[in-house]
Design a protein around this ligand. Structure first.
Ligand SMILES: Cc1ncc(COP(=O)(O)O)c(C=O)c1O
Length: 378
């Protein structure tokens, strides 16, 4: 792949920062080394496989949400290959059993339906259970323990003994949380499912652990992992996505026009709907370098996209001086849940993907064009 100077980058572009990734990976590796747990990359958050060899150096492997992510990890990352999906087709199960070592099921029916295939393949299978203990407020969309959730088997639906062949349990309930909600959730899980753990091989604590953010309580996480391993003799897995590439990338965009309607509105070549959909789905306000809260600095502008969607607005930000057409704006924390969710609504070009290496040089990893838009449509 071609080297390029920072000035040569055309926008919009995701610029991933290898040094920041390494900082995160070193923290995660430290947790593995001190506790003996296994940490997997949840590819749903970050699948930029150009850096998979780097990730493979630090982590135990990857987890997938289905066949395509599982194939990607098999081809590009190596290491342990786990998968969880609420339902698998027969064709997918046949493929998954060739490339995965751990498969988690979301129902007893799915487990039994696919039994002949996974049993013959000798894959380690587990069940995702639902601890029915919410520790999140506000984002029901991200809460697998919300009422009537389809994710994870509730205690009442499991029965008194685990089906033959089940070697592990899996739960995922957190979203961008610290260790205390995990400890609390484990205690709720333990009351309901603890008796099953003796004799199992592994327990997967899912993702949502913001391990690499400043101030995360590493000691509490590590104490919990040690306690689980000592009490139950199981291998402990964590599968964070965000924590691996937290604050490890930016989205650079250019101001294309400025319109006025009650306030100055900047028209950017990046779109919330196409390039940072979590801004609208979570919703959240992405950090913008050099900008402040509305009213904090001299001029406040609304930042919007050049799509037709009226709500394709990234947010209101203030600046020391009025931004000009041609200026570049840099959004922070854009490595996670961005590239993996991109779309070409309105025929918007996909942002290029570049990598700033540790030594400061820049590698153009992928440029997208018209063919990437057209190729998915007929
Ligand atoms: C089953 C499972 N594992 C892991 C993750 C990764 O979560 P995060 O990126 O918040 O760490 C998710 C996120 O939705 C998930 O559903």
């Amino acid at each position: 792949m071609a080297n390029c100077s920072m000035e040569e980058l055309r926008t919009p572009v995701y610029l991933i920062d290898e040094a920041a990734l390494i900082r995160n990976l070193e923290i995660l590796q430290g947790v593995q080394q001190r506790t003996g747990c296994h940490i997997l990359l949840a590819q749903k958050a970050f699948s930029m496989f150009r850096v998979y060899p780097l990730i493979a150096h630090y982590l135990s492997g990857a987890t997938a949400s289905g066949l395509y992510e599982a194939r990607l990890a098999h081809e590009e990352l190596g290491g342990e290959n786990h998968v969880f999906c609420p339902a698998y087709t027969d064709a997918e199960m046949a493929e998954l059993c060739k490339i995965c070592d751990h498969i988690s099921f979301n129902s007893l029916r799915q487990l039994e339906h696919h039994r002949p295939v996974w049993q013959a393949a000798g894959v380690s299978v587990g069940l995702r259970v639902n601890p029915e203990h919410s520790t999140q407020e506000g984002h029901a969309i991200y809460d697998p323990c919300a009422p009537c959730s389809r994710l994870g088997i509730p205690h009442a639906a499991l029965g008194d003994i685990l089906p033959e062949g089940v070697e592990g349990l899996h739960f995922h309930t957190l979203c961008e949380q610290d260790a205390a909600p995990l400890v609390e959730t484990f205690e709720a899980f333990e009351k309901k499912f603890g008796q099953f753990l003796h004799g199992l091989r592994w327990l997967n604590l899912g993702g949502g652990h913001h391990i690499t953010r400043k101030g995360y309580d590493l000691a509490a996480l590590e104490a919990l992992i040690r306690r689980i391993r000592e009490t139950y003799g199981v291998e402990v897995y964590l599968e964070p996505g965000e924590a691996i590439a937290l604050n490890s990338g930016t989205l650079i965009t250019t101001v294309m026009d400025v319109v006025e309607n009650g306030m100055p509105i900047l028209i950017l070549d990046a779109s919330a709907a196409c390039h940072m959909p979590d801004v609208l789905e979570m919703p959240y306000r992405p950090p913008l370098y050099g900008a402040g809260e509305p009213g904090e600095k001299a001029v406040t502008c609304r930042l919007g996209a050049r799509t037709c969607l009226a709500g394709d607005v990234i947010g209101d930000y203030s600046f020391d001086e009025m931004p000009k057409i041609g200026d570049r704006l840099v959004f922070g924390d854009m490595a996670i849940y961005s590239m993996v969710k991109n779309n070409t609504f309105n025929g918007m070009p996909l942002p290029d993907i570049a990598l700033r290496r540790r030594d400061g040089s820049c590698e153009m990893v992928r440029r997208f064009g018209y063919e990437d838009f057209k190729g998915r449509l007929s």
